[in-house]
Design a protein around this ligand. Structure first.
Ligand code: BTN
Length: 260
């Protein structure tokens, strides 16, 4: 198998976006692409700048967890300066862009596990970490961090408590990282522009959720709710119907959710 090399030039070759990926900065190894992107945003990097690394040695996940990115997978962060009204929809456009991008590049059919994961065949293939820097009602910057497993195997991530897979394992063949990245950036630009022009992505996002109708357990600090994921609201929150028939709205923030 030939080595799946990525570089700024390889990624930008034939990338037909105007905003997202107009500037790409590639590193062979970083602590976290989100941290590098944050530092660049503070220095005034242009909107749509993408920071990509072959390997992260201190990758960050949600809920202060670690995120492993051994070489050969995808770790990237996109710098955006959205209006504050767009914040609840950013997770929708990001997870949808990952779904559409993976499908375009590999033919696989991923689904979204509320709030932030993309699964293939019920196993996690992508995690998303969105970090906002707010000042009152103003967004100084938003960093959209996306980690996609291209080659990782369950045994590469000891101690992980949920099923994990990779695009090469699911498709049964080698997957080009640059191909996936280009498809992802193209879809992200389309969806971000839709949102910036006042359009909505809610219905498509909702229709791609694999969580709805499932029995779920939501953990929020010490509080645990169990029930059926009944619907989602336009702000992205999940409506849970508990065993005693109460409807509980769950905001993405600091919750973790498992299907059972
Ligand atoms: C999660 O599922 O907990 C979110 C994982 C997010 C990982 C990505 S990899 C690129 C970016 N840089 C980071 O340090 N984290 C995000």
């Amino acid at each position: 198998m030939t080595e799946d090399i990525i570089s700024k030039e390889i990624i930008m070759e034939g990338l037909e976006t105007r905003l997202i990926g107009k500037t790409v900065v590639y590193y062979s190894s970083v602590t976290s692409t989100n941290d590098v992107a944050r530092d660049q945003a503070k220095k005034g990097a242009e909107e749509g700048t993408v920071i990509i690394a072959d390997e992260q040695i201190a990758g960050k996940g949600r809920l202060k967890r670690n995120w492993m990115t051994p070489a050969g997978n995808i770790a990237l962060s996109v710098i955006l300066y959205p209006d504050i009204s767009m914040l609840p929809s950013l997770i929708m456009i990001t997870s949808l862009a990952v779904v559409r991008g993976i499908e375009a590049a590999t033919g696989l059919k991923p689904g979204i596990k509320w709030p932030n994961d993309v699964l293939v065949d019920g196993k996690k293939v992508c995690g998303i970490l969105i970090e906002n820097d707010l000042q009152g009602n103003r967004v100084n910057h938003t960093i959209i961090g996306i980690g996609i497993n291209i080659n990782i195997k369950q045994e590469d991530i000891p101690g992980i408590h949920y099923p994990v897979t990779s695009l090469s394992a699911e498709s049964g063949r080698a997957v080009s990282r640059a191909g996936v990245i280009r498809c992802l950036l193209v879809e992200m630009e389309k969806l971000y522009l839709t949102l910036s022009e006042g359009g909505t992505v809610f219905e498509e996002w909702r229709d791609n959720l694999v969580t709805l109708g499932k029995k779920v357990r939501v953990t929020w600090g010490e509080t645990v709710y169990e029930g059926v994921a009944e619907s989602v609201a336009a702000d992205g929150s999940l409506v849970l119907r508990t065993k005693d028939d109460k409807l509980i709205p769950v905001v993405a923030g600091d919750v973790s959710l498992s299907h059972y």
